[in-house]
Design a protein around this ligand. Structure first.
Ligand code: IPE
Ligand code: IPE
Ligand code: MG
Length: 252
């Protein structure tokens, strides 16, 4: 959130979220409830991703960040991990070509060291291809863990300090933010998690410091534009104080 939009909110002016982040959870439970394999839940989850990207564009969001695979998801059975990798590859190859035509910029955040070389190439090529697009910044958190991201950021700053390029006393919230993989992205104003779980599961721990949280009981494959619109409506009803006073108190 910029200082200007924080000020507008404190003044009681309704500001639309620029950035919505989503923890897309509940694919497995969606499938189990229907006596279907978990893989099918993940496939239907990709359909929900397509609907959500379209809805985000229609609603005029600038940034949509989707948590697609966490650093900890490697601990799932290898068959499930390989299903998820195949779906990600297919999404980058097929969907992103189409999304490029609609003006979507793809940005992938997360650890890249242990991603298969052909997948990595695909990601890098698509990021390059779409880098000038401005309709929507689609950020996919893939092989992502917020603690790992924060540690990598701290290492980057420590190295700069060791090389004499940075005075440790001049490390600020701003330059720490710049050392993260989300450098340049506005912080999400709204976080949505589906499936009824109420936890962050190592997602954007730094960036969500002042986000509003909306937890929905729907499983991700059933997520629709209506859910996104309702979550944004809930966000608008919140009194965002940023450590200050509520709109009513500051007016009196
Ligand atoms: C979200 O659905 C997809 C990923 C985490 C990759 P889950 O697979 O976590 O579904 P549940 O939580 O088991 O229902
Ligand atoms: C979080 O969901 C990760 C993604 C949605 C990609 P998980 O299903 O992995 O989270 P936990 O294990 O319930 O905390
Ligand atoms: Mg889950």
């Amino acid at each position: 959130m910029t200082d200007a939009s924080a000020q507008s909110e404190l003044a009681g002016i309704e500001v639309a979220p620029r950035h919505v982040a989503i923890i897309m959870d509940g694919n497995g439970r969606w499938a189990s409830a229907r006596h279907l394999p978990r893989a099918l839940g993940h496939r239907m989850g990709v359909e929900a991703v397509r609907r959500t990207i379209k809805a985000a564009m229609e609603l005029g969001l600038e940034y949509l960040t989707l948590y697609s695979f966490s650093s900890e998801n490697w601990s799932r059975p290898s068959g499930e991990v390989s299903d998820l990798m195949k779906l990600m590859k297919r999404f980058i190859q097929r969907d992103c070509a189409e999304l490029h035509q609609s003006g979507v910029r793809l940005i992938v955040i997360g650890e890249r060291g242990n991603i298969e070389p052909d997948m990595l190439r695909m990601i890098e090529d698509t990021e390059k291809l779409t880098e000038a697009n401005t309709k929507l910044n689609l950020v996919i958190a893939f092989n992502y863990g917020a603690r790992q991201e924060i540690v990598a950021g701290a290492q980057r700053l420590a190295l700069a300090a060791q090389n004499g390029k940075l005075d440790p006393n001049l490390i600020t919230v701003e330059n720490f933010s710049e050392a993260l993989t989300t450098n340049g992205h506005p912080d999400p104003e709204l976080l949505i998690r589906t499936s009824g779980e109420k936890r962050l599961s190592n997602f954007l721990l730094w960036q969500l410091a002042y986000a509003e949280f909306v937890f929905l009981d729907v499983n991700w494959p059933d997520f629709s534009k209506d859910h996104l619109t309702d979550a944004i409506a809930q966000y608008h009803m919140r009194d965002r104080r940023f450590g200050g006073l509520s709109k009513q108190s500051s007016a009196s």
